[in-house]
Design a protein around this ligand. Structure first.
Ligand code: NAD
Ligand code: IPM
Ligand code: MN
Length: 356
């Protein structure tokens, strides 16, 4: 029997709650499609950090490397300084495992009512591809005259040809298999060096994809276009920070953070990819049983696709979409976690297997 070894990091807040739902749905799919999922839980996140003083011990990172994929809930806790877990665990894993392409689909499923009025299932189906290891996220920098009124914070931003080319190439390949349009989202009117490099790489790679049209949108203007006219986009490639920001906006456009999925993808397969919802640990609703598990389930579908389980992936997505369709304008918002989870799992077992 085909077997996939999954490392599971539930994490903090609603992370473990939604991850449990995703695993339940995945296991139903595994039974239906005849493969085995072996899961191993990793105790990482705020509790482990507060106990040990380490966000990601080196020995644990090496254990994670051996898995076929990582499923992550979310991390972040008010008791821990901002960045300790976010950088120390999530950004660290993305970098360590060379997960350079962060795939963040923005799709309004039929029946879901977007809080943004002009958006319908017919004009909202795009994918944000966020460079996931560089830009201003690399973490380098220095504080000059720290603690004085003259303090200066210097935060480095790094853009390299290999990482940028990897995501742009991935973007053109994806666009070529979709609606054949790629948009570069940047601020090249202000960030002259990095903007020029991104644009040059897009222009060069575009020559090998004559069937794909490409254009350019500034990141600030993107915030308007995504809301008023998401239909003009197919695949959007963008640096790390802009991708972080516009994907939360994309989440709202598609119904709410409760439905926005993501894959941190290693295009070479040289280390595990990691699948997680776009949302965070949501401490404001943790423990209330109101977290929407759909984003985690749709991320699990991306995970199954990454593992080569195409039919199972499509079925998981269809099951989540079919339950979403019953939620209307509340589909992406807070729900009864246990109830939605049970409905998705039941549907994974019985829904027709999508053909495309
Ligand atoms: P958040 O995404 O956790 O929450 C933002 C808002 O959306 C909250 O009101 C929350 O209740 C709501 N929300 C989020 N997910 C939901 C769901 N599944 N169902 C229903 N409502 C949902 O962002 P935040 O509050 O800015 O951050 C909280 C913590 O999470 C911080 O420590 C932050 O650094 C961290 N964070 C982690 C990740 C990650 O682990 N991948 C991502 C983003 C934020
Ligand atoms: C996300 C989150 C992360 C990011 C944090 C938690 C490191 O906001 O996955 O969108 O900024 O990339
Ligand atoms: Mn984010």
């Amino acid at each position: 029997m085909r077997t996939h070894n999954l490392a599971v990091i539930g994490g903090d807040g609603i992370g473990p709650e939604v991850t449990a739902c995703a695993l339940t749905a995945m296991k139903v799919a595994a039974d239906r499609f005849g493969f085995e999922l072996r899961t191993t839980d990793f105790d990482l996140g705020s509790e482990a950090y507060l106990r040990t003083g380490e966000a990601l011990p080196a020995v644990v990172a090496e254990q994670l490397r051996a898995f076929d994929a990582i499923v992550l809930g979310a991390v972040g806790d008010p008791r821990v300084d901002p960045g300790v877990l976010e950088r120390g665990l999530i950004v660290a894993l993305r970098t360590l495992f060379h997960q350079s392409v962060n795939i963040r689909p923005v799709r309004l499923y039929p029946g879901v009512v977007s809080p943004v009025t002009a958006v319908t299932a017919d004009n909202c189906d795009l994918v944000i591809l966020r460079e996931n290891t560089e830009g201003i996220y690399t973490g380098g920098g220095v504080m000059v005259k720290d603690g004085t009124p003259d303090a200066i914070a210097i935060q480095h931003s790094i853009t390299t040809v290999p990482a940028t080319s990897e995501i742009v190439e991935f973007g053109f390949r994806m666009a070529s298999a979709r609606r054949k349009r790629l948009t570069l989202c940047h601020k090249k009117n202000v960030l002259l060096y990095t903007g020029r490099l991104w644009q040059e790489i897009v222009d060069q790679i575009a020559e090998r994809y004559p069937d794909v049209e490409h254009d350019y949108v500034h990141a600030d203007a993107m915030c308007q276009h995504l809301i008023l006219d998401p239909g003009r986009f197919d695949v959007v490639v963008t640096p790390n920070l802009f991708g972080d920001i516009i994907s939360d906006l994309g989440a709202v456009v598609q119904g709410g953070l409760g439905v926005a999925a993501s894959a941190n993808f290693n295009v070479f397969g040289s280390a595990p990819s990691m699948y997680e919802p776009v949302h965070g640990s949501a401490p404001d609703i943790a423990g209330t049983g109101r977290a929407n598990p759909t984003a985690a389930v749709l991320s699990a579908a991306l995970c199954l696709a990454g593992l080569g389980e195409r039919e199972a992936a499509l079925t998981l997505e269809a099951a989540a979409a079919s339950v979403l369709a019953e939620g209307g304008d509340k589909a992406g918002q807070q729900v009864d976690t246990a109830e939605v989870s049970a409905r998705i799992a039941a549907r994974v077992a019985e829904i027709d297997v999508p053909t495309a």
